[in-house]
Design a protein around this ligand. Sequence first.
Ligand code: DGL
Length: 259
Amino acid sequence: MKIGVFDSGLGGLVIAKALMEALPKYDYVYYGDTVHVPYGEKTPGRILAYTLDAMRFLIRQNCGLIIIACNTATAITLRYLQKRFCPKFAPDVKILGVIIPTVEEALKNGEKMIGVVGTPTTIRSDIYAVELKKILPNVQVVSLSTPRLVPAIENNDFIGAEKAIAEYSENFNDIPALILGCTHYPLVKGLFQQYLPNTRIIAQDELMGQKLFNYLKHHKEIETKLSRGGTRQFFVSQLSPSYTQVAQKLFPNIQLERI
Ligand code: DGL
């Protein structure tokens, strides 16, 4: 069985790369739903329908462990996938998200006030605050929807992204730790750090490799079923020269296949 990595688009390649670097021996299949990106402003019903299609596709590719790299899809669908979809349709498949590992990382230094930025849907779901408070009930959570960032990053507009980050950062001046709760934000983590020099920035590309490593160490029943050919396949639902360019920045020899 292979490891599947799913994102609404190409932002999740940052997370896929981190996983592949931390655990290179396994076989990986990436699927980016580029035809429907961005998920961050879609309704929960649409997000669930697209994510279910993506899970079925990755399962057909023989993925037995699937990481949903997209925060928005994790926020809206993970519970349903784990509690309803897998038991009924894919009992041998394990689906994990990015929110719980990020919350664990955020709380590890004992800060009592945590900031969160993400897409409108992720922030509206309040999932970060809910999960943070499950572990540390009196933690204070300051959440902010940051809708200008995904379009700016997708368009390679880092000047626009910096302008937005300068404004968004004003909400977090006195906050000791900030979760970047979106696949695209590791690409601008340096800008967040620049505008918030005293804040611990929690970026998912820095934590997901270690978290998956730990997970597999404690779940030998899954780890032993994973194939070890070191292969990587990358699928998207829509292909364009600009997507290939973006992907090549992270994986110079990448071959994107359209499904
Ligand atoms: N992948 C999404 C997330 O992590 C960001 C892009 C989108 O809105 O689809 O929330």
